[in-house]
Design a protein around this ligand. Structure first.
Ligand SMILES: NC(=O)c1ccc[n+]([C@@H]2O[C@H](COP(=O)([O-])OP(=O)(O)OC[C@H]3O[C@@H](n4cnc5c(N)ncnc54)[C@H](O)[C@@H]3O)[C@@H](O)[C@H]2O)c1
Length: 366
């Protein structure tokens, strides 16, 4: 079966990840859509789509499209995903799933009612080091993992445009980048449920040229908005308790006075500790690339401490994600990311902001 695809939103992530991945697969890109007509047309030409639209509803009206990628700003994920599901399409929606838990629940319910696949773009689950740790965990090699210390830090790297406007993004680095390490870590250790959170988020620098520039929204890049609006946090930290007793400590920043950019997850297990500390698996072409693509293990053998470094090849996580999505649509694989996983992250994001606002621990009920 050739899966027939539509891509809604042809900005940066569509152009860097979704569209090239569909082009590299057996899928057929039927149509693309962007409210900016020139962007929609350019994407259609570049990736060989039959049609391009400015109104996503016209794309959804086509009955020769099986599945869509939703690659629009966060505040539009909910409405466009629901419209797509109701139109009978399978959906891969970029992270975060929605702006709040109520929206995420509605999306999951609609996917269920329509009997359609809904996956959230947690591409970091496809990192080879993450896959390897998950396997070690499943094989019992780590034992009981009781603590995870995770971070997604940029030394200098604000995005701009809708990313820094609360009503359009839902939040700053917590929503934008920390979500990746929180989700991939939860995934590596068997997907426990978060039950309480203590968090603090704050804005320390804000829009400032020396701190900005890593990820301009397409509208800022094209001069359609100035990118100066900034009403989200740029630093966040959280302490999360899970239903299996595990605790996760999180740190994230779009810019901070730290040695280097890091994406890391340090796990403490009763049989072994595992550590991932690599920016490259996420940003292969980044100037912050490093050579630490290995899972490091800390354990003991024959009564002695023993360390191991398990080399992992950097992979194109988006390509792996889209290949998986297509396999799921074709019925060849079970989704490794369910709507419930998106919803769990959304509950966590909501709780982080609530805890920070209230200045105390908040509970999450399931
Ligand atoms: N998984 C990842 O690694 C990753 C990385 C970056 C961004 N993202 C996510 O991807 C999404 C898009 O981010 P981006 O960086 O591509 O932003 P972007 O601003 O570059 O692109 C968004 C595009 O959506 C278009 N758009 C807006 N409203 C629309 C509508 N109603 N119909 C059709 N098109 C519309 C915009 O014109 C723009 O071209 C966000 O949810 C973001 O969080 C994920």
């Amino acid at each position: 079966m050739t899966v027939r695809i539509g891509v809604i939103g042809t900005g940066l992530i569509a152009d860097l990840a979704h569209l090239p991945a569909y082009a590299a697969s057996d899928a057929k890109l039927v149509a693309v859509c962007d409210v900016v007509a020139a962007r929609s047309q350019a994407a259609a030409q570049k990736y060989g789509a039959e049609s391009f639209y400015q109104d996503y509803r016209e794309l959804l009206d086509r009955n020769d499209i099986d599945a869509v990628s939703v690659c629009v700003p966060n505040h539009l994920h909910h409405s466009i995903t629901i419209d797509a599901l109701r139109a009978g399409k399978h959906v891969l929606v970029e992270k975060p799933m929605a702006m709040n838990l109520a929206q995420a629940k509605e999306m999951a319910n609609v996917a269920d009612e329509e009997g359609k696949i809904l996956m959230v773009g947690f591409n970091n689950r496809f990192r080879s080091d993450v896959v390897r740790v998950r396997r070690l965990f499943d094989e019992g090699k780590l034992g009981d993992v009781y603590f995870a210390k995770v971070g997604y830090l940029r030394r200098r790297g604000y995005p701009s445009g809708w990313f820094t406007v609360k009503d359009e993004s839902g939040g700053g680095p917590i929503v934008d980048i920390a979500i990746h390490v929180m989700d991939m870590t939860r995934y590596m250790v068997g997907s426990p449920l978060p039950v309480s959170v203590t968090a603090s988020v704050s804005k320390r620098f804000g829009a400032c040229p020396v701190y900005s520039g890593v990820w301009q929204s397409s509208d800022v890049r094209d001069g359609l908005r100035d990118g100066n609006q900034f009403d989200v946090e740029d630093f966040g930290t959280a302490w999360i308790r899970f239903d299996n007793g595990m605790v996760m400590a999180v740190e994230t920043a779009w810019s901070a006075n730290v040695e280097r950019d890091r994406v890391y997850s340090d796990l403490m297990g009763t049989k072994a500790g595992a550590s991932i500390d690599s920016y490259r698996s996420v940003h292969k072409k980044s100037q912050w690339s490093d050579d630490r693509d290995a899972v490091r293990l800390f354990t003991e053998t024959s009564g002695f401490e023993a360390d191991a470094a398990l080399p992992c090849r950097p992979v194109d996580t988006h390509l792996e994600e889209i290949r998986h999505f297509l396999n799921v649509v074709e019925g060849k694989a079970e989704p490794i990311t369910t709507p419930h996983d998106g919803l769990v992250m959304q509950a966590l994001l909501d709780a982080i902001y609530e805890s920070s606002k209230k200045g105390k621990e908040v509970s999450i009920s399931w």
